[in-house]
Design a protein around this ligand. Structure first.
Ligand code: FES
Ligand SMILES: [Fe+2]
Length: 317
């Protein structure tokens, strides 16, 4: 056992809604192989435009439906013997047999399209969705710019990435922020959603502003970060992550700013966030997860994050 393995506590895959694709990337008839949650999955859009996700291995002889499967009306047709599977996972027909065996079904996943992304509900015990993916009012609003997208796969558990939002001190040491502002945390929606506000005076090339950085987190997969206080201007970063496995996370970000910022801070903001992720990457890639970290008295937002995060797991870490 290596030192790293000895020092590391592996976190399980959390429960919640996770983004597995960009909505616009899937036209009717498209089939996509999804490897996420340590599962093999097939995502497809039917001819009527409905999105569906099923376990990928055909119940018949086990062919992978995303490797040669074709959309056939409202179903996907297996490439091996042509059995058809509908969005609910029922067998919709066997081309060479009238009778469909009663056990002919595949697990169907709950899928929803929102904020330009495709979200899938994942629960270790198979429980149905317990909350809804929020729709962000800025996306598609006429006063806000066309959203910009950015994505990256990182070799770290998604909780470690999310923990960054609640780690004000790292902004000073990793990202070069000059001050370490204090944050206030409030739990909403029955404790599931975490709202955090950090107030900070910011010097920009366009003047000095008393800004508020507000982070809303819905489970470990979704976070909306908003900066306000710069006159009528606003910035929004929405991050949606998906656990590919216990050590790998795929991150997707959506950025938009109010149109009055498009030509000034807007581009710097997008660039700054991308640079920020690159700065975090070296830490994430080489760190271990401490299930019982030694925290100091001033680490209260980290402690609050850890206790909030526990509700999103079925198995203890
Ligand atoms: S393996 Fe899918 S139809 Fe035979
Ligand atoms: Fe960071």
């Amino acid at each position: 056992m290596s030192v790293r393995e000895r020092e590391h506590t592996e976190l399980p895959i959390p429960n919640g809604w996770f983004a597995v694709a960009w909505s616009a990337g899937l036209a009717p008839g498209d089939v996509e192989r999804i490897q996420c949650f340590e599962e093999e999955l097939v995502l497809f859009r039917t001819r009527s435009g409905r999105l569906a996700m099923l376990d990928a291995y055909c119940a018949h002889l086990g062919a992978h439906l995303a490797e040669g499967g074709r959309v056939d009306g409202e179903a996907i047709r297996c490439p091996f013997h042509g059995w058809r599977w509908d969005a609910s996972g029922e067998c919709a027909g066997i081309p060479y047999c009238e009778q469909v065996p009663p056990r002919a079904r595949l697990r169907a996943w709950d899928v929803v399209e929102r904020n330009g992304l495709v979200f899938v509900w994942r629960h270790a015990e198979g429980k149905p969705p317990e909350w809804e993916v929020p729709a962000l009012p800025e996306l598609g609003h006429p006063d806000w710019t066309e959203p910009r997208h950015f994505e990256l796969t990182v070799p770290v558990h998604m909780q470690e990435m999310h923990e960054n939002n609640n780690d004000p001190v790292h902004f000073h040491f990793v990202h070069g922020n000059l001050i370490m502002p204090r944050s206030e945390i409030e739990l909403r929606e029955g404790g599931r959603m975490m709202h955090m506000v950090t107030r900070q005076r910011r010097d920009t090339p366009y003047g000095t502003f008393d800004t508020a950085l507000e982070t809303d987190s819905w489970g470990l997969g979704l976070a909306a970060v908003r900066i306000s206080g710069i006159g009528s201007a606003g910035l929004l970063m929405f991050s949606a992550s998906a656990p590919l496995d216990r050590r790998t996370t795929h991150m997707r970000w959506v950025f938009t700013v109010t149109r009055n910022l498009a030509n000034t801070v807007g581009e710097d903001f997008v660039q700054g966030l991308q640079d920020g992720v690159r700065q975090d990457l070296r830490i994430w890639t080489h760190k271990v997860h401490r299930a019982r970290p030694v925290l100091c008295a001033a680490d209260e937002t980290l402690a609050a994050f850890r206790s909030w995060a526990r509700q999103f797991y079925s198995e203890p870490a």
